[in-house]
Write a protein of this length. Sequence first.
Length: 149
Amino acid sequence: MTAQALIKAFLEPRKLAIAGMSRSGKKFGNIIFKTLTDKGYEMLPVHPENLEFLGAKSYGSIADLPVGVENLVLVIPPAATEEMVRLIPGSGIKRVWMQQGAESDTAIQYCEDHGIDVVHHACVLMHAEPKGIHKFHRWLGGVFGKLPR
């Protein structure tokens, strides 16, 4: 599957899990959550403390997510990403988006070795109906040939 086809398959369902929200509300995971929620996505936060984020119930782990959630956005440190992807087999998650700064070669390889589709080195907000600065970044990426193919 091409990177562009994978991105389309990832963003097509309007229900996405996300790991990387913070209690302070100031991390990029919170921005992704709010932006995609505003675009009509149902975002399901995964947080070990089972907090509520902007009115959305949080799940303690990916194993606690409702049946049918197949896509997970990771906005966590690379070491945490490596731990989280090891929990995916058997969870129902089929695709992972490792936001820039969350990816690691080890986590990417693990996903590839275990049949988990993975998007990496790309910003989800540049591909999910981008607006504002993300639309401009997408345009620049196209001009310079930096968009996934």
